[in-house]
Structures are given as structure tokens and as C-alpha cells.
Design a protein around this ligand. Sequence first.
Ligand code: GYE
Length: 310
Amino acid sequence: TLAGCGRETGSAQLRPPSGPIVLGFSQVGSESGWRLANTASIKKAAERNRVELLFKNAEGDQKRQLADIRSFIRADVTAIAFSPVVETGYDEVLREARAAKIPVILTDRLIETADTSLYVSSIGAEFAAEGNLAAIYLENDYNDTEEQVHVVEILGSTGATPTKLRAEGFATTASRSGKLRIVAAETGNWTVDGGETAMRRLIRKVKRIDAVFAQNDDMGLGAVKALEAAGKKPGTDVRLVTVDATKKGLESLVAGKLNYVVECSPLIGEQLMGVVVAIHLGGRIDKRISPEQNVFDAVSAKDVLGDRQY
Ligand code: GYE
């Protein structure tokens, strides 16, 4: 018997390789262009790697996500992967997966847990670094002035890793020189509409807004709409930096409506299937896998726009 040889510690080689590889994947929702591209990447990679995919969409609801993960446990899949809606509240379901000897992979976002052996690997971007980069590029854009820059922030959904870490990264870098001053923040829930509403509120409540840090492209594009409706010229009167680098984001960057876009790649399907296949065959698994990231301005965005699939 293979019992006891590793699944408890988070490595995963207990299931003898036989039959099809089945992956249960629980997606957060379909809130943004990033998310749609992430779903497409996972579906395409599953097909290419001959992994049978059971796909569920939690529509932003953690309760639903927990039920979806439990349905994968009942189906006795080879592995479970999910992108957590929020960071807390997963320990119990992950212990159930462990009891059923099903390894779990976190994709995109992280969970907060005292027991990191509850998952074998996490695949996703370094969100704090994205916040750092957003602040560095924005700050450099104001090199010609000594004045303090008043920044408003549009946040993603509450309790999610990128919301927390992008804000932390941005604030840490901003506080270093003190040039960027974060004067207000509103949540925009990752969507274009949410970003527009948040920006409208910010315009109403804050007298002076020099710049906007929107935690994703979609909310940034919503903010652009609200600024234009208020008679302001986004990219010029008010400068904007966003995260993701979707096609729409890069197009607005080239059009001069955004100033910088920090890349966060949603194309992690192949990396995920690599881990799933390693689980099946008993190969080595990295505990942390991160895609490359980049920062774009109007000039560099032009170079990649032609190839952008999402
Ligand atoms: O930036 C945003 C999305 O978790 C990295 O979620 C992801 C974020 C992404 O909806 O657009």
C-alpha cells in the first residue's frame, strides 16, 4: 500500500497512475477580462494535456465554491484546483480533500491557513510586486514636479489576495518617498461597472484627484468613463495606472487614456496541467510557481497588442 507516503506532507504520489487524469477546477467567477482569459487558458491546456476537466464557476460566492469543491471530492477526481474567492474559510474542505487523498492546487490567488500542507502547490502572480511596480511607475511620471500627488485607489473584491497585496505593495512603495499620497479608496469589485461607480463616488467625495490606481484594467476602464463624464481627460488631467494587461487595457493605454499597465498573466493553464500530470505520475512538484510580469506604457503596449489573445 502507498498509504502514508507523502500526501500528508503536501507532496503527492499516492495514487498509482491508471485510468484518465481528472481535474476538478473551481473558478472564482467571470468578473473580468482577466478571468475569462484564465478560464480559456485552463480549458485549452486541459484538452492539450488530455486531462479530463470538471469545471465549475462559483460566480464570486464562497459558499458555492465550497460546494463545488465538495462535489469534486465526491467524484473522486485525480486532483482539485481552485482560485479562492476570499482568503479564509477553506481549511475544513481541504482537510476533507486530504482525507479522501485528493491533492489540491491553488491557482491565481492564495488562502490564509496555518497548515500550508493542505495544498501541494500554488500557481500565481506576485501581487505585492504588482502594487510596488504600479507605484514606482506612477511616481516616476511626476518627476517634473515637487508637489505631492493625490492618488485615489479603486480596489478589487474584498478579502481576495490580489486586493490585499496590491494595496499593500502600492502603499509601501508610496510611503517610501511620500510623494504619492493615497487620499481615498473605494471598492469596484473588479468589474467595469464597479470601477465606474467607484470613480463617480470618488469624484464626488474628493476635491483634488491627480491620479488613480485601479487594481485591474476593467475597473480602470470604468474609471475612464466616469472621468470623461465629469469633463476630465483621463491620461492627461488625471493619470491612471492599472493591473492585468488585457487587450482592452493595452488599447486604452495606446490611446492615451491610461498611463501604465502592470502585467499579470492569466495564462497559467499549461503550468497547472504540468502539476496535475506530475501528481498523476508521481513527479516533482514545485510549491510555488509564478508567471513572468512586465510593465507597459503606450509605446511598449503597441508592440504586444498584435499578439494579445485576451
Ligand atoms: O487581476 C482581476 C480578476 O485574481 C489576479 O482577479 C486575479 C484578479 C485579476 O478578476 O482582473
